[in-house]
Design a binder for this molecule. Sequence first.
Ligand SMILES: Cc1cc2nc3c(=O)[nH]c(=O)nc-3n(C[C@H](O)[C@H](O)[C@H](O)COP(=O)(O)OP(=O)(O)OC[C@H]3O[C@@H](n4cnc5c(N)ncnc54)[C@H](O)[C@@H]3O)c2cc1C
Length: 220
Amino acid sequence: MPITEIQFPILTHFLCSVESNTGMPPQPLDATPAQAAKAEAKQQQEDGRPNLPKGVVLGPDGKPCRSCTSVASWMAMARSSPSGSKPTNIATSVPPAQTTSSLDIPSDCPPDVEQLGRSTWTLLHSLTANYPERPSLTQQSDTRQFMSLFGKMYPCWVCADDFRAWMQNGNAPKVSNREEFGKWMCEAHNAVNVKLGKPSFDCDKWEERWRTGWKDGRCD
Ligand SMILES: Cc1cc2nc3c(=O)[nH]c(=O)nc-3n(C[C@H](O)[C@H](O)[C@H](O)COP(=O)(O)OP(=O)(O)OC[C@H]3O[C@@H](n4cnc5c(N)ncnc54)[C@H](O)[C@@H]3O)c2cc1C
């Protein structure tokens, strides 16, 4: 007979009610990551959910979201699903952050989270580089609206959620002139860099990187 049943009747009652309410046996409070992963895998098996690799993110339709997932995680998922069939549920919503640089996939495949990100930053910084030095009130208002819609429509929804939260948290777009907008975009990009553990970019150099080319002339 378990010791709790003999010595701690109140604890036993509590644990039994946890089990009857949640359908799960009581878990150790200090489960190690390995124990937690094992418990999650077991739960997935019981629920009939596939065991998806870490980093695979579900889209709003409940299916794996390619634009939210790195190539590395996507390929790991494809390898782990039986006979190449695609799973329809997700096991985790861990933010995507694995590198794809070592993976060689054809250039005409749908973009993963990194390729989409690189292309999007190119568009966003190029927008700032071509923004007027003295924008009209309409241009400023259009730009604010664009950034707001962008935050709702960016295809990596976990990225978009965080980006919207960042903008709403005292970082509304600064659009009164090119310099201000360019710096703001650089800071926005740095906020994502920090989140992903990447080095910050020196925002005094945003214009050299995205508009004029480097002073050493290598872009001329
Ligand atoms: C709005 C948004 C949110 C994102 N959120 C996530 C996320 O939550 N999780 C995730 O995994 N990925 C996210 N991404 C993608 C991520 O930011 C990167 O694009 C991706 O990881 C590829 O990174 P990279 O190292 O190739 O360079 P990128 O970060 O794509 O940068 C491209 C180039 O821009 C220049 N650069 C770098 N930083 C700056 C800066 N601050 N200002 C100006 N120029 C700069 C550098 O020359 C760099 O090579 C997001 C992308 C966007 C557009």
